[in-house]
Design a protein. Structure first.
Length: 132
C-alpha cells in the first residue's frame, strides 16, 4: 500500500508543481492588474493553468500505480492477480499467464481512457486541445 501511495504522490506532486511554476506570468500579472484577490487568482488563473500538468501527472501516477501493484502482488502477497501469475509461472500454466496479462492490459487501458475522458471534459477551454 505504501509503495503504491508513494508512486502516485510523487508523480502527481512533481507534475503539478512544475505546472504551477509554468503558469504564464502574463496571465497572473493581468489578473493582478484587474485587482483580483489571491484566492480568486489561484482559483481562476493558477489552477486552470496547472490542470493539464496535473492530468499528465495523474496519467503517469496511474501507470506507476499499476506497475507497483503488480510488483507488490508478485513479490509478497497471499492473494491477488500477481500471486496467481507467480503460481501459474511455477506450474508452467502459460494460458493463465496470458489471461492475466490481458486483464492487466485491459485495466491499464481503462484507466488511461478514464483520464483521457477527464481531459476531454476539463480541458475544453484550451485552444490547443484536440479533444482526442
Amino acid at each position: 500500500m505504501v509503495l503504491i501511495s508513494l508512486t502516485v504522490v510523487v508523480a502527481i506532486y512533481i507534475n503539478t508543481y512544475a505546472a504551477i511554476r509554468n503558469v504564464e506570468a502574463s496571465l497572473v500579472e493581468a489578473a493582478q492588474s484587474f485587482g483580483v484577490r489571491r484566492w480568486e487568482l489561484i482559483r481562476t488563473v493558477v489552477l486552470p493553468g496547472a490542470l493539464p500538468g496535473f492530468l499528465v501527472g495523474l496519467r503517469l501516477a496511474l501507470t506507476g500505480s499499476w506497475l507497483a501493484l503488480i510488483f507488490a502482488e508478485t513479490i509478497n502477497a497471499p492473494t491477488g492477480l500477481g500471486r496467481l501469475m507467480t503460481d501459474a509461472r511455477e506450474y508452467f500454466r502459460l494460458d493463465v499467464i496470458f489471461v492475466l496479462l490481458t486483464v492487466y492490459a485491459v485495466l491499464g487501458l481503462m484507466s488511461h481512457a478514464a483520464v483521457r475522458f477527464l481531459e476531454g471534459r476539463l480541458l475544453t477551454w484550451r485552444r490547443a486541445f484536440d479533444g482526442a
